[in-house]
Design a protein around this ligand. Sequence first.
Ligand code: RBF
Length: 402
Amino acid sequence: MSRPAVKVRNPDLIRVKRCNSVTDSASLDGRGNVPIMELFLCAPPMPLLEIQEELTMTNKFFIYPILIVLFISLGISSCTKENKKETSESYSIAVFIPGVIAGSPTYEMMAKGAQKAIEETKNGSVKIIEGGFNQGEWLEKITVLASSKKYDLIVSTNPAMPAICNEVSKLFPNQKFFLLDGFLEGNQNIYTFRYNQVEQSFLSGYFAGLITSSKMEGANSDLKIGLIAGQEYPDMVKAILPGFSAGAKKVNNQITVDFRVVGNWYDAEKARSLSESMFNSGVDIILTIAGGANQGVITAAKDMGKYILMYDVSSYDDAPGIIIGSTEIKQERAAYEKIKLAINGEMQFGTAEIATVKDGWISFDNMHPLYLKNVTRDIQVKLDAIIKKLISGDTSLNLPVF
Ligand code: RBF
């Protein structure tokens, strides 16, 4: 892990290093300096005293008190250095994007939040790394980041990342991780922040149920709604799909969900053809959670005069009258606020937080002018009532742990 590199004014001091752990190049900062705290921790104070022997009596009079203060302050900072950074404003983050940013709202929001937190940190630095769509390479890429020991914190997002980072953590036990949209408890170097996606998809399903049961222009008489996912993964099949179905069935128990999987997070053409087939089979609204492939779903809905429901970030303006509903998660805020905590040494590593509607981390964008214009008033009123119940805590939905 990189530590605040305090510039050593007297290069001779570097010669006093005696501890093996500072002989490896990873312990040097980018300019080849040994971080002074590390120097202090590993080398006994003796060498500094040796240097003092050369000082004149007059100098000693002034220098000793300064050295004592320096020792005390370094001693205090070394005791707290594991988890506390308040002694220095230097902080270095690697943001690992498991995929690409373009087209993936949760990734974009994470990157923005991290940048904002670092902009407010004197001597802070952030490096954003796109890991690409080959998921088999992510473990290796995270390993490379951790082994560089350059980053105080590695930040990432998606439900697959906790297991990957847990593996890397075994090899690099000093590396800290902050993982959004994922869940892992008990690793003292990992803090996770997961959204209650049962609540989020329940809201989506309830809204889709109201639309398919309605007499709105794009709605037909079939009680069928759709969900397209980039990939089939535990959170999708055990939280999002069941929540979506439960929400719709709260409106009408006869409603069925047509669930399809693109197989990746970028193939818009495949997503378009899947959507076309779903709309042809009687689906009138699709919830799309497919990253860059969402564009294909939107194209099909535009061509066929059907409806789209977005997830995580509201984007009504991308297809007015077609995108008619959207949940939102406050991922940018979460990245920003939690990284600030980490910088201040207050992140609760080893714990896992669940973010809910009640706590304000998940919502439905029911104030957007295009929502208010395109969705009938009776549907708005019914949706508002459910949102209110989740906010007040009258209704809460359990997120399974798996
Ligand atoms: N969501 C995206 O928007 N883009 C992606 O590239 C993406 N890749 C994912 C890869 C894996 C292995 C998993 C488990 C999920 C991925 N997601 C992706 C889904 C994302 O993390 C999140 O669950 C959904 O966006 C719903 O909030």
